[in-house]
Design a protein around this ligand. Structure first.
Ligand SMILES: [Zn+2]
Length: 275
């Protein structure tokens, strides 16, 4: 693939993603996706708490949330305790402290989907194709950038996360999913290393990382348009965020594709070993 082809691939893929977001599986989004979105919004600490109490949890929500989604918690099931932040105005005799905020936590209970019955859940959008040698090439890119890849067991539906200089990725993914997740986390590493993720900027960061992953995956034999569009929608991303970040997304995807291409050329010339 020459440079112009690569640029065209990036542009065309981004256009596909833009159209998919715009067409909005988002708007017709099924009940389950709303629940999944809730799971994704739990803090990392809470995801760890959930996992500790219920290692097989995949989709959790509170009792009433499940009810609203047409499912109910079976009687006798015990809840998974998580911490909900409590913010209130401090009521103190000392006037100077009157307007300071007290942060506390209270325990709330959630239930995994396996503890519920009711309306059927929607299946995840498919992810197809074969990254072939591009997967080894991508792992070599990580190695050359000195970003550690740690394959490990991760809680629930979490497939990976980036820590800055290190990414953790679920150890039970097939090659296609692994390729997409590694591309996504590499985008975070290259674009967001110095940015602290907050609930305000998370939709933007996830839109950027997943858009890059989608473009890189598309160019490397992995088809995941609906999955990526759903992922972005689940994180409250949108085509508007995508549009505003096009330049950065374009730049990062081109750069990752260039690095992958270089590794593949090295394989061909016998210069590099596959990871
Ligand atoms: Zn992410």
């Amino acid at each position: 693939m020459n440079k112009q082809d690569a640029m065209n691939t990036v542009t065309n893929s981004l256009d596909d993603l833009y159209q998919a977001l715009r067409a909005g599986r988002y708007e017709v989004m099924d009940k389950q996706l709303e629940v999944t979105a809730r799971f994704h919004r739990y803090s990392f600490n809470n995801v760890m708490l959930i996992y500790k109490q219920c290692p097989e949890a995949t989709l959790v929500a509170g009792f009433h949330t499940w009810k609203k989604q047409g499912r109910w918690v079976r009687s006798g099931e015990s809840g998974i305790a998580i911490l909900a932040p409590l913010t209130k105005r401090k009521e103190d005799d000392n006037e100077r402290e009157e307007d300071s905020l007290v942060m506390g936590f209270r325990i709330v209970y959630v239930f995994d989907v396996s503890q519920t019955d009711g309306d059927a859940l929607m299946e995840e959008a498919p992810i197809l194709g074969d990254p072939g040698r591009n997967l080894s090439a991508l792992l070599n890119v990580y190695r050359d950038l000195e970003i550690k890849v740690h394959l490990t067991k991760l809680p629930g539906t979490v497939q990976g996360y980036s820590l800055g200089g290190e990414v953790r990725v679920s150890d039970d993914l097939d090659d296609i999913s692994l390729f997409r997740v590694l591309s996504h986390e590499l985008a975070h590493e290259l674009m967001h290393k110095t940015i602290r993720c907050t609930s305000e900027n998370k939709p933007l960061l996830e839109t950027e990382a997943e858009a890059v992953a989608f473009v890189v995956a598309s160019a490397c034999g992995v088809r995941c348009l609906d999955r990526s569009a759903d992922y972005i929608a689940l994180h409250e991303g949108s085509q508007i965020l995508l549009e505003n970040s096009l330049e950065a997304i374009h730049k990062t995807s081109s750069s990752i594709l260039g690095m992958i291409e270089k590794q593949v050329v090295n394989f061909d010339n016998g210069i590099a070993q596959a990871a």
